[in-house]
Ligand binder design. Structure first.
Ligand code: GLY
Length: 424
């Protein structure tokens, strides 16, 4: 089978690494890819937003399956376009990708089918939004309705900050039309769990649970990032909570989408917050989490291509998914200054010095003409290690992280630490 994977992050490197192991694979292409995906696939200089070029590439390379890594092309209707051309795709159609691309849609879906979520209001009028802020009790999160490259949710801790967020989104239009409507919701506190599942619209195959660490500094201090590291499994997430997340959140949402005539195919990943007074669903995502993918795929024993092909062809019920019992910890190495301004073009050293069973997934890296690997983004690499338990996986990941060097490199030292300390 010939496969085209779209994207260029560490998530896509992890997907490409796993797909490349499939006995069913003939050729794997990644567009645009990165220096890491170049080690396991052929990179093609095609933008994920250029649908014409993607379709042309599919025809030229006789692609059997397109795997869409990120939410932008899904929300813009890439899967619909590919299906019109007779090309199979892993990912939801535009009408179903709305579960991530409209915060209003997902909150209203949750309210309608009884999935617990933070109290919220929806506004397309600035004055009404401000009135809601004035009357609210406690801290708020202000979310642009549409996609805003992961930056559209502003977490605030005072009424003044909430008003400032309304100004940013609705008056200054920092996220353009994505901010035509906003969701304003109660801010929740507690650890988060990512509950990924494959689905072909009817059959659901759950993945192990995983946890991301979004704030930039140890102890969850500092601004939020795309994710500074992840681990799987969270031993502290009880069997009862796991069952609730699988049945009452993921399966309930997939059934509701099907019943509404919006069958959802691909990967669905609800973000669940475990508050003191119960669990709440924060959001639904229509793609794999990053860095969650970097700790899930090392644990997957089944053939990922077989699974993705089955999803695309409504045959997930025929596939059995097997996962390793081992734990996995992934630590993101970031550029100095990230998530604010950072330098690029800095040489990266030490990748060749890692243990042979430790994985390094590239994100913001570039290869210079003389072969030197340099930084080119905020999140540069994810170092992922497996171990018989979380402590062993953590120790191995950090032992290897310490061998990598680039100017200004920073990383969290507490990925998975609270879970190791927590009772199982
Ligand atoms: N891990 C956060 C995200 O992928 O949205």
């Amino acid at each position: 089978m010939n496969v085209l994977l779209l994207g260029s992050g560490a998530r896509e490197h992890a997907i490409a690494w796993k797909l490349s192991q499939s006995p069913k694979l003939t050729s794997l292409y990644v567009a645009p890819g990165n220096p890491g995906t170049a080690d396991v696939a052929t990179n093609l200089p095609v933008s994920v937003d250029d649908f014409e070029a993607i379709v042309r590439t599919c025809k030229e390379q006789r692609i059997d399956l397109v795997v869409v890594g990120s939410e932008g092309p899904l929300a813009a209707g890439l899967v619909d376009r590919l299906l019109v051309e007779g090309i199979a795709a892993f990912g939801p159609a535009k009408s179903a990708a709305i579960i991530e691309s409209s915060k209003v849609f997902s909150k209203q879906l949750m309210a309608r089918i009884g999935i617990p979520t933070a109290t919220f209001g929806v506004f397309d009028n600035e004055a009404a939004a401000r009135k809601y802020v004035d009357q609210a009790d406690g801290s708020l999160v202000i979310k642009a309705d549409g996609l805003a490259v992961g930056k559209g949710a502003i977490v605030t801790d005072s009424s003044a900050a909430a008003h400032e967020a309304v100004t940013t989104i609705m008056r200054d239009r920092a996220f353009g039309a994505a901010g035509d409507r906003v969701v304003i919701e109660q801010r929740l506190y507690g650890p988060e769990v990512s509950a990924h599942a494959f689905t072909d619209g009817q059959t659901v195959a759950h993945m192990p649970f995983s946890c991301d660490h979004k704030p930039v500094f140890d102890g969850d201090q500092g601004p939020n990032t795309g994710g500074m590291g992840a681990y799987s499994p969270p031993g502290w997430f009880s069997d009862a909570d796991q069952q609730w997340a699988r049945e009452s959140v993921t399966e309930a949402a997939i059934k509701a989408m099907y019943d509404a005539g919006l069958p959802y195919k691909g990967v669905l990943y609800p973000g669940i917050l475990c508050a003191n007074d119960g669990m709440m669903v924060l959001e639904f995502n229509s793609r794999f989490g990053d860095p969650e993918a970097q700790v899930l795929f090392p644990r997957l024993e089944s053939d990922l291509l077989e699974v993705m092909w089955a999803v695309a062809n409504n045959k997930l019920a025929e596939v059995e998914l097997r996962w390793s019992d081992e734990a996995c910890v992934g630590v993101v190495l970031a550029s100095g200054g990230y998530p604010a301004k950072y330098k690029t073009g800095l040489p990266i050293e030490g990748i060749d010095e890692l243990d042979p069973d430790v994985l390094v997934f590239h994100a913001g890296t570039a290869r210079q003409e003389d072969g030197t690997l340099v930084t080119s983004g905020g999140r540069v690499l994810t170092v992922s290690a497996l171990g018989p338990d979380l402590q062993a996986a953590r120790d191995k990941a950090y032992r290897n992280v310490e061998r990598i060097r680039f100017e200004g490199m920073h990383y969290r030292r507490d990925i998975g630490a609270r879970a190791v300390a927590a009772p199982n």
